[in-house]
Design a protein around this ligand. Structure first.
Ligand code: HAM
Length: 424
């Protein structure tokens, strides 16, 4: 039997890790600048957290969750997203009691049983931010600014932000009615999913990707025409901040997002380079979620982005990105004694933070030198008979193709390698 990874779940191989590390580093850096603190959450939750929090009628809950019974017959689900978990943790640990306003971020794997394709997998990774405890429209702009700042830092351009407001629960009730009225005339022509959604929640019809249904969806009423005075003012103010900050956006009247917890502001950042799965990230306000999960009325706003999609775009656009770290020093050894010296030197240099490698396959000197070239080691030292006798050797700077005389002690070698690493 040949073992393969589970469909839609893939290995991230060493050659790609450079991208992942750099993206993670940038997310952490921007999070620090915007004062978000990291939270690490379990991969599994009680199923009810998601079915209540995200909504029974959403595709995520209805079709895409990895749900199973544990040995005590409790229904558990691999997390399809992290916003509901953050809200649960916020309540469970009484974060709201100590300090009701919290800015939190996370990075980690999520699971959705979707049809795998470019930019869409069943295990994928999200980075996300959640700002809980304020209704200030400046906070909506802050979260959107986080997204744009991250894209800037990664050197990505040519992206567009879609923005909309879906109002409060009462506005959505009115909007839902308007949609039901509009779709009544078309629903018989639409797909079976849409017909089911028509009965359960007509708002979810707007999630349908079927091209035939899209014809009707494009003409459907717009949510911003059903906003109450407060929600309308909020949206005007959010746009005012975005304009002041010079952050581009376009209003997308049909953007309602696929999760039920959203209220007011919703947005997605789109890249043309992604094809059908074009959302680099998505988010919005969820002013009712914390209360829905049993807490006090607590407004909140956040977003999450897919790491795989971001890396796909980076690989296409920013070629200098994601290089693996280079080896500092390769020790090419000849004979038993040369090898012994290489092993001991490697040990003390590594403990000084220098990356060192040597040959473990009994290769000839010529092959060892070829290998050092191939992996683009920064320095090379040959440990042959002459060097062993005199305790003097030569260290080669592989970029400059220059050699220097050196005494073969860890301190002398470290001095050169460290010195050049710090820009001497
Ligand atoms: P979402 O739109 O479901 O929102 O997912 C956010 C992002 O995760 C998407 O824009 C996409 O980049 C990525 N993503 C989603 N599904 C997949 C998949 N199957 N394969 C690869 N990437 C995927 C949420 O999850 C909300 N929790 C975001 C949020 C946070 N809203 C408020 N706070």
């Amino acid at each position: 039997m040949k073992y393969e990874s589970v469909r839609g779940m893939r290995d991230i191989l060493p050659g790609e890790i450079g991208y992942w590390k750099q993206v993670e580093e940038k997310v952490r850096g921007v999070a620090t600048c915007f004062c978000y603190r990291e939270i690490r959450l379990p991969l599994m939750e009680h199923t009810e957290l998601f079915s209540r929090g995200i909504g029974e009628e959403t595709d995520v809950v209805n079709k895409e969750m990895y749900t199973f019974l544990d040995k005590k017959n409790r229904s558990l689900t691999l997390r399809p997203e992290a916003t509901a978990s953050v809200a649960r943790a916020y309540l469970e640990h009484g974060l709201h009691v100590r300090e009701p306003f919290q800015k939190l971020f996370y990075i980690g794997p999520m699971f959705r049983y979707e049809k795998p394709q470019k930019g869409r997998s069943r295990q994928f990774h999200q980075y996300g931010v959640e700002a809980i405890g304020s209704l200030d429209p400046a906070l909506d702009a802050d979260v959107i600014s986080f997204a744009w700042t991250l894209m800037d830092m990664l050197g990505l351009s040519g992206l567009s932000l879609r923005l909309n407001s879906i109002g409060c629960a009462e506005d959505r009730q009115r909007y839902r009615k308007a949609l039901a009225g509009y779709f009544a005339a078309h629903i018989d022509e639409m797909c079976t999913d849409c017909r089911r959604r028509y009965d359960s929640n007509p708002l979810r019809i707007l999630d349908c990707k079927e091209s035939h249904c899209q014809l009707y969806i494009q003409q459907a009423p717009a949510s911003i025409d059903y906003l109450c005075a407060d929600c309308d003012r909020h949206f005007v103010e959010v746009r005012g901040y975005l304009d002041k900050l010079g952050l581009n956006y376009g209003i997308d009247a049909r953007l309602i997002r696929g999760l039920d917890y959203y209220t007011r502001t919703v947005f997605e950042l789109i890249s043309k380079d992604l094809g059908a799965q074009d959302a680099l990230l998505g988010g919005g306000r969820y002013d009712g979620l914390v209360q829905l999960l049993g807490g006090p009325a607590t407004p909140a706003v956040g977003f999450a982005g897919g790491m795989e999609r971001l890396i796909l775009v980076l690989q296409k656009k920013n070629r200098s990105f994601g290089r693996e770290e280079r080896l500092d020093l390769f020790l090419a050894a000849l004979g038993e004694e040369g090898r012994l010296l290489a092993v001991t030197l490697a040990q003390s240099l590594r403990s000084q933070g220098i990356s060192v490698d040597l040959d473990y396959r009994g290769r000839s000197l010529r092959k060892q030198l070829g290998y050092a070239d191939q992996i683009e080691a920064r320095y090379l030292i040959v440990l042959g008979e002459d060097e062993l006798g005199s305790k003097q050797g030569r260290i080669k700077n592989m970029d400059k193709r220059e050699e220097y005389e050196i005494s073969l002690t860890a301190d002398a070698i470290a001095h050169i390698v460290h010195g050049s690493k710090h820009g001497d």
